[in-house]
Design a binder for this molecule. Structure first.
Ligand code: SAM
Length: 252
């Protein structure tokens, strides 16, 4: 049987590397990275563990830290990360971060999981590894596609014919879902990744079970702006329903 979990991002690695490039994709640059850097608040003496690091975008936008380790399951994305020169105290590894890491020691002050936890079926494993690697009191920042409003195939926009108002519809929220995402529709049918939807309650329980307390939560809207006839309605909806959620947790 094909191991869809291990190959899914590997199949789209070249496309994703090109999309993110050296500065990040649109939402990285405009919303995710500025918010993430503010929440991480890294100081030169800090060290950062980046789980599901992709092609290493975070390593390239942080101010220098004492150590950085990026881990991702996709060999091609880690190769792309390594191809860009980085300080010698930065390193990258190919590994499934939901599996127990060998000899993990609590040596990092900070950890990040950026737009990646939703791609992991066994997210508890990744949180367990974050806890194993973080020092007591260490900070974990998770950035998610907003789990309450952006549920692939189960939520979207529509217009109410009577009121002519745009609204957000949602079919499912409470149940965990495993959803295939066609990354290159109409171009390459094998370019499928998997999204694992969980409710907020489930995320908070997972964090608690892994030994974290949640200290902050932010919701980030898109900064795009529509023009034209429907712009007022569309811009309002965009502001009302955030695209991303950031959770800050502390290892206790
Ligand atoms: C949307 S990309 C985000 C990558 C990067 N954090 C960024 O912001 O560009 C999701 C990443 O999660 C990685 N990933 C998914 N499941 C994983 C696992 N079990 N272990 C390690 N990495 C995983 C994928 O290979 C992919 O690079």
């Amino acid at each position: 049987m094909k191991d869809t979990q291990s190959t899914s991002w590997q199949n789209v690695a070249a496309w994703y590397d090109k999309l993110v490039g050296s500065e990040g994709h649109y939402y990285h640059q405009h919303v995710v990275l500025p918010g993430l850097l503010r929440l991480l608040d890294l100081q030169p003496e800090n060290s950062l563990l980046d789980l599901g690091c992709g092609q290493g975008i975070l390593s390239r936008v942080i101010a220098p830290v004492s150590a950085y380790l990026g881990i991702d399951r996709s060999k091609s994305l880690i190769e792309a990360a390594k191809a860009i020169p980085s300080p010698k105290n930065y390193s990258f590894q190919v590994f499934d971060v939901t599996r127990e890491l060998q000899a993990a020691e609590p040596i990092f002050s900070h950890a990040a999981i950026v737009l990646a936890l939703q791609n992991m079926e066994y997210a508890e494993g990744a949180l367990g590894n974050a806890a194993a690697y973080l020092k007591t009191g260490g900070k974990l920042v998770i950035v998610l596609n907003h789990p309450a409003f952006r549920i692939p195939r189960q939520s979207g926009w529509d217009i109410d014919k009577k009121t002519k108002q745009q609204f957000r519809w949602e079919n499912r929220y409470a149940s965990p879902l495993k959803i295939p995402i066609h990354m290159l529709p109409g171009k390459d049918s094998s370019a499928v990744t998997w999204s694992f939807h969980r409710s907020l309650q489930d995320y908070f329980k997972m964090l608690k079970n892994a030994g974290f307390v949640v200290t902050d939560l932010e919701e980030w809207a898109s900064d795009k702006a529509s023009v034209g006839k429907a712009s007022k309605m569309e811009n309002r909806s965009r502001r009302e329903f955030p695209l991303f959620m950031a959770i800050v947790a502390q290892k206790v």
